[in-house]
Design a protein around this ligand. Structure first.
Ligand SMILES: C[S@@+](CC[C@H](N)C(=O)[O-])C[C@H]1O[C@@H](n2cnc3c(N)ncnc32)[C@H](O)[C@@H]1O
Length: 193
């Protein structure tokens, strides 16, 4: 899904643009919290007793998970979101740097939720290459897997995600699965191979 489509969604749906539009508007924040209640324990498990010094939310949207990540890690977090119309919907937070440019340098933790399903071709390979180049220690990824998807949103298999990251030197492993509106979400940890 191109950035112009994300801009159009932002203008039409506001903060809800980053989520499944079947989620009723008055349930959007509760749905985010419910997902975080699944994602955060999985992330804690992947981290073990370790905590990152630096963290990036790659394709952070309007920051629905960035703020929760920042709060629960108790760390400064960088949120990268290339669509400015989406990024302007993020709540300012002194503990978060939101940017529309891929940040330079590298990060102990890269969090990435529901981004790669919207990418194809060179956009997808460029994103994987960037993540690999910026990854110091732990990638945490959540994407639709299994049956389903649309022209704009791809559900890929665990093997496809593992292969695309293996190609850029990241070893991916599924650490959880949950259902969101009946669709299967794969949660993965990735580490430099
Ligand atoms: C479904 S939203 C998810 C946003 C956020 N990660 C979340 O879970 O709320 C997908 C986001 O990916 C962003 N995006 C699109 N192309 C991207 C790219 N090449 N690299 C990083 N993010 C991209 C979109 O602008 C959009 O905000």
């Amino acid at each position: 899904m191109g950035l112009e489509m994300w801009s159009a969604r932002a203008q039409q749906y506001g903060r809800r643009a980053v989520g499944d539009l079947n989620i009723p508007e008055d349930h959007f924040d509760a749905a985010t919290d419910m997902q975080w209640d699944i994602l955060w324990p999985l992330l804690q498990g992947a981290m073990g007793g370790w905590r990152p010094r630096t963290a990036l939310d790659f394709g952070c949207g309007m920051g629905r998970f960035t703020g929760l990540l920042c709060r629960d890690l108790n760390r400064f977090v960088v949120g990268y979101e290339p669509c400015v119309d989406i990024l302007t919907l993020a709540d300012p937070d002194p503990a978060i740097e939101y940017t529309a440019e891929p940040p330079p340098g590298s990060f102990d933790l890269i969090f990435c939720s529901y981004v790669l399903g919207g990418l194809e071709g060179s956009d997808l390979t460029d994103a994987c290459a960037y993540v690999s180049g910026a990854l110091d220690r732990l990638l945490f990824l959540a994407e639709h897997i299994g049956e389903g998807g649309s022209e704009n949103w791809r559900f890929r298999s665990e093997a496809e995600y593992a292969a695309m990251f293996a190609a850029v030197g990241v070893k991916l492993r599924r650490i959880g699965t949950y259902l969101a509106l009946g669709n299967e979400i794969g949660v993965f940890e990735g580490r430099p191979a």
